[in-house]
Write a protein that binds this ligand. Structure first.
Ligand code: AMP
Length: 119
């Protein structure tokens, strides 16, 4: 259980090392790991360690510095794992393709011509 009494989210459990993941970067508040079903040569999830915010709209309103930190970590991953260029996607709401309701960015990089998050 989290401090709020809610069940931990999938990504909180990854941050706590309860569920294995291929972690590529970490700060005090942010963790990044390879997506389990990659849609591009580099496909990394960047997310706050705590699941306080459901989506990027909530995060931007409540903690813009944490949103900026996600972008900064994404930029570093694209530099480390690809040529520095990247696509940053925040699926927002079920109709936007969101399935994990703990805000996260998809970092796609490295040969994006064929990359799509659809299907
Ligand atoms: P979204 O559909 O935008 O909510 O993105 C959730 C993402 O989490 C999907 O791209 C999934 O492939 C990914 N995912 C689900 N479970 C895991 C896991 N255990 N480790 C890494 N990525 C995962």
């Amino acid at each position: 259980m989290t401090a709020s009494g809610a069940e931990p989210t999938l990504f909180e459990r990854i941050a706590a090392r309860e569920i294995p993941a291929r972690i590529v970067a970490e700060t005090d508040r942010v963790i990044a790991f390879h997506d389990i079903a990659p849609k591009a040569p580099v496909h990394v999830i960047v997310t706050p360690k705590r699941g306080d915010y459901r989506d990027v709209v909530e995060l931007a309103s409540a903690d813009p510095a944490l949103l900026a930190e996600l972008v900064d970590v994404a930029n570093g991953i694209a530099a480390d794992l690809a040529d520095g260029d990247f696509r940053l996607i925040f699926n927002t709401g079920p109709g936007g393709g969101q399935t994990v309701f703990h805000v996260h960015a998809h970092v796609l990089a490295g040969g994006l011509e064929e990359a799509s998050l659809a299907g």
